[in-house]
Design a protein around this ligand. Structure first.
Ligand code: ZN
Length: 141
């Protein structure tokens, strides 16, 4: 079971954090090209993929925020924009409030476990989707 499942709204927030457009179809402007449409935000012609029922599945290049590359880029963006420390403080506080420390972090860093390298930071960074969900939650505040 996955405890941290990223939502579309969170993907949108993180895409904007990275300074990119979360494309959405401009209903006012039609494209003559198959699987292309104009975006109502950036006004560009963007390519999309479709589901079997013909509706839009997603846009080419749109991130899922489940990969290590996504995590790296989000992490670097937080550092470069001076938001890393604020995120750290928020996340720390939030983890206590939501009992994440007790349920997840403490068992992870138990000093009796064979792997002593485990600590809060490795817990935070080990699962890319979890990391991205936690950052998105901080941005939602
Ligand atoms: Zn766009």
């Amino acid at each position: 079971m996955k405890d941290y499942k990223i939502t579309i709204e969170q993907c949108k927030l993180l895409t904007e954090l990275l300074g990119k457009c979360w494309h959405e179809v401009d209903p006012e402007r039609k494209s003559d090209l198959w699987t292309y449409c104009y975006c109502k935000h950036c006004k560009q012609l963007v390519k999309f993929t479709i589901k079997t029922d013909g509706t839009i599945k997603g846009f080419i290049g749109q991130r899922t925020f489940t990969t290590d590359k996504d995590k790296d880029d989000v992490f670097r963006k937080l550092v470069d924009s001076g938001k890393w420390e604020k995120f750290g403080d928020y996340n720390n506080k939030e983890c206590y409030a939501r009992e994440i420390w007790r349920k997840e972090v403490y068992p992870y860093i138990d000093e009796n476990t064979p792997n002593r390298e485990k600590n809060y930071l490795t817990w935070l960074l080990y699962d890319s989707e979890r990391f991205n969900v936690l950052v998105a939650m901080a941005l939602e505040e």
